[in-house]
Ligand binder design. Structure first.
Ligand code: NCD
Length: 298
């Protein structure tokens, strides 16, 4: 059994293995009864559309079933049950748990109390490893990941998808170009860890300064729910937006990714340009999560 908690725990060959496996499932070369009789629990203490539904779809496509705690307010959490107890109980019902929680470190803690594999589907501003696998998968569909120049734009302070992706890319010799509004820069601790991993990280004030020199632009939403108050959110809201005009003279093979949901950072006019890959990216959540579930559920 193994837990999927952080991209930091992965070696390059393990990531490649999961991507290859996802590719097999994408080609439908899979047994639709591979996980027959297996049960997955979805514990989402934060909103989700893609992550949750694609895990459910992935489980169903492999012949397994999912159960979920639909409404945290209707569960014993409101009676003061700790996450540790909830996990101990639920792990007695199922073969694996997918957990999304607002507290950084929650998934790691849960894995210590669980008798079955725990997959981190987002722990606060921490990590979101299954998202990273589908991000890498989407990049690999267009170009080899090795040595790419990737622009990471948006809320790099609270954005867990950005954190996970940055760590993964450090295993591929990629160069990171970071563009964040004031106060939402990549945390210094992450920058130094990336540096130790031999990754070059360069900061820019404006996406326009780098957009013509990158292969991938990864756009993220400002994580409004992590802000201490609405005034500080509105100070940075709408501070960047990708428009068709901005994309004049970019590299021909540029791809634009976004974990979604978007909240105004990408003009809908960009959707019909050949660079836009964010809807394919979200679709890729299914084969990637099939591969993950197939791997961890025994
Ligand atoms: C992301 C998340 O929850 O971190 N969503 C997702 O899983 N695709 C990104 C976000 O909410 O901005």
């Amino acid at each position: 059994m193994y837990h999927i908690i952080s991209i930091r725990d992965f070696e390059r060959r393990e990531l490649d293995y999961m991507l290859d496996k996802a590719e097999e499932f994408d080609g439908r070369a899979c047994d639709p009864r591979a996980l027959e009789g297996k049960l997955l629990a979805l514990l989402f203490f934060e909103p989700s559309t893609r992550t949750r539904m694609s895990f459910e779809a992935a489980m169903a496509r492999l012949g397994g079933r999912s159960i979920s705690m639909d409404n945290v307010e209707a569960s014993s959490v409101v009676k003061g049950e700790t996450l540790a107890d909830t996990i101990r109980v639920v792990s007695g019902y199922v073969d694996a748990i997918v957990l999304r929680h607002p507290k950084e470190g929650a998934a790691r803690m849960a894995s210590e109390f669980s008798g079955v594999p725990v997959i981190n589907a987002g722990d606060g501003a921490g990590q979101h490893p299954s998202q990273t696998l589908l991000d890498l998968y989407t990049i690999r569909q267009s170009m080899p990941i090795d040595g790419i120049d990737l622009g990471l734009l948006g809320d790099l302070r609270y954005g867990r998808t950005a954190h996970s992706l940055a760590y993964a890319l450090s295993l591929y010799g990629a160069k990171l170009h970071v563009i964040a509004p004031n106060g939402l820069e990549l945390p210094a601790g992450i920058v130094s860890e990336l540096d130790e991993r031999g990754m070059e990280v360069v900061e820019y004030e404006d996406v326009n300064d780098i957009i013509r020199e990158i292969d991938v632009l990864y756009v993220t939403r400002i994580q409004r729910e992590r802000f201490p108050d609405t005034a500080s959110y509105f100070k940075v809201a709408s501070s960047y937006r990708i428009t068709p005009d901005l994309l004049a003279d970019v590299r021909q093979h540029l791809i634009i990714l976004h974990p979604l949901p978007r909240a105004g950072e990408i003009d809908p006019g960009v959707d019909r340009l050949p660079y836009a890959r964010y809807f394919e990216q979200s679709r890729n959540g299914v084969p990637v999560r099939m591969a993950l579930l197939h791997e961890v559920i025994r």
